[in-house]
Design a protein around this ligand. Sequence first.
Ligand code: MN
Length: 228
Amino acid sequence: MRYVFRVQELASVAVAGSADVFPVHRIYCVGQNYANHAREMGSNPEREAPFFFSKPADAVCPDDSRLAFPLATENLNHEIELVVAIGKKGTNILAAEARDYVFGYAVGLDLTRRDLQSEAKKKGRPWATAKGFDNSAPCSALHPVSEVGHIERGKITLYVNGELRQEGDISEMIWTVEEVISALSGFFELRPGDLIFTGTPAGVGPVKKGDKLKGEVENLAKLNITVI
Ligand code: MN
């Protein structure tokens, strides 16, 4: 077989403390997984089951990136999130067994064109242009479970130009990592290489040209992104 043009390399994420990289298969995201963020988006966090959307695998971009301000938005928003990297194939995974499927963890940004998302919500249209644009998934190096264990708690923060914008704790997630993996694997066969962005705490807000974003999950990883 011969491809009609040179095949691009797979999108990938660095593995911390190693020369290895994690090849990205798919990027899934959880909507409204912290009560205080669900409320700021006008939803009732008590009554809604987890819901999912996705981004293209090559929307991922590494720590220390300088990103061009995206096309077609006047309201780019930051959402800092714990990222779960899947290391094993499975469907209909039980929450009690979900940890076996985790390769590692990272901290990422679910960058969002909030203006396009609001319009899509109003009109009942898909979120693809609001969520799945180029470089919309900055992600730190992955930390393997073999080194950091499973992440159940710890402060998650985002600073913009040194000012604290988002703050929460991983333990506040409405759906735990295990429950997210279980629910998502009821819709899709999870594969090694999948990344799951697990939702953001309150405080989402606008990003402007020149902003320096610093995200962190305590005792796990940091992420630095500059928008130019
Ligand atoms: Mn998000």
